[in-house]
Write a protein that binds this ligand. Structure first.
Ligand code: FES
Length: 98
């Protein structure tokens, strides 16, 4: 089963193939924000994929359009609620509560 490592807390958890990054975060009490509830309608679940981008589902049009609105947009930006896990991945949460 795939391992997902969340930064900056550096916490690694086990996921099922097909789970989204958001689903795995919620089930492991990792504070990944999700203001819209995971419907690709906000940007609070923004992550940077530090390793394993090839192990996430590819971006669909809805996510491509939505992600334009994030702060600190990079080529490794994804929305956690739209990224389905297919293998090991390391992601950095961009909206961390202080
Ligand atoms: S939780 Fe709102 S876009 Fe992901």
């Amino acid at each position: 089963m795939p391992n997902v490592t969340f930064l900056p807390m550096n916490q690694t958890v086990v996921a099922d193939v097909g789970d989204t990054i958001l689903e795995v975060a919620i089930s492991n009490d990792i504070p990944l924000q999700h203001a819209c509830g995971g419907y690709c309608a906000c940007t609070t679940c923004h992550i940077h994929v530090k390793a394993g981008m090839e192990n996430l589902s590819s971006m669909e049009e809805e996510e491509e359009e939505r992600i334009e609105a994030v702060d600190r947009l990079t080529t490794v930006s994804r929305l956690g609620c739209q990224s389905k896990i297919q293998g090991d991945v390391t992601v950095e949460i961009m909206n961390v509560d202080d």
